[in-house]
Design a binder for this molecule. Structure first.
Ligand code: UDP
Length: 235
């Protein structure tokens, strides 16, 4: 096994499938099956989930609204997604728990590093909701932050394509695909794979970032076992 403990970042968009909005339960079920497969390899997994399939704060700000309120709405969207993913995991017998950065005790537990480590130690898949709990951040930054707090060996970023390219390969078919990169190279080349704050935090804590296609069923487990296609970012 290449890694024994990982954090997976799943964007909200990955959950909406072909629908264009909201949650496609079949897609959430497939991602849950991928997580179970990796767990069965004996790997500890935690997950940070995005909210872009439901709401992004900038959407409010771009129409003259208050950015902070918009970001609160975006963070609430991540909680909806976290509950959907937990439901998909529970259905297939995977013990999972949602920890939210924003307290909502009637719905899920609140985040603390202590609770997260205890749940992971007990063998649960820990799903982090509510991003960092602060406006003006993204769930990519939350993923780098929680990866550091959990002390994982790698941050897996599930994207639309099989790694990092010099430009969006869906728009530029001749874009170059990178097999390996350093955190510095991502920042220097301005590659739009994760936001700058997230990459800087991963760099500072020496956390490798593994970028792969979330749409390729079984790929998560293949990469963990040392196969599959991904771009590996390390220092
Ligand atoms: N958000 C935030 N603080 C955070 C994480 C997220 O305010 O720490 C808000 C922000 O408005 C963002 C939205 O939640 O647009 C959804 O998160 P994100 O865009 O990162 O989701 P993804 O692109 O991964 O689906």
């Amino acid at each position: 096994m290449r890694y024994k403990s990982v954090l997976l970042k799943v964007s909200g968009e990955a959950l909406m499938g072909a629908q264009g909005f909201g949650i496609d339960v079949a897609v959430a079920d497939r991602i849950a099956a991928d997580i179970r497969q990796v767990r069965e390899l004996g790997v500890k997994i935690s997950v940070v989930i995005g909210g872009g399939n439901i709401f992004r704060g900038v959407a409010v700000a771009s129409k003259g609204g208050d950015r902070v309120t918009g970001d609160h709405m975006g963070m609430l969207a991540t909680v909806i997604n976290a509950l959907a993913l937990r439901t998909s995991l529970t259905k297939i017998g995977v013990d999972a728990i949602v920890l939210s950065a924003i307290a909502m005790p009637e719905i899920c537990e609140s985040f603390s590093q202590r609770a997260a480590l205890a749940h992971a130690q007990a063998g649960r898949v820990v799903i982090f909701a509510g991003g960092t709990g602060n406006p003006f951040f993204t769930t990519d930054s939350a993923a780098a932050l929680r990866a550091a707090e959990m002390g994982v060996e790698a941050l897996f970023k599930g994207t639309q394509v099989d790694g990092i390219y010099s430009a969006d390969p869906k728009i530029h078919p001749d874009a170059e695909r990178y097999e390996t990169l350093t955190h510095d190279e991502i920042l220097r080349k301005g590659l739009a794979v994760m936001d700058i704050a997230a990459v800087a935090l991963a760099r500072e804590n020496h956390i490798p970032i593994v970028v792969f296609s979330i749409h390729e069923g079984g790929e998560f487990a293949r990469i963990i076992s040392g196969q599959g296609r991904a771009t590996i970012v390390s220092d």
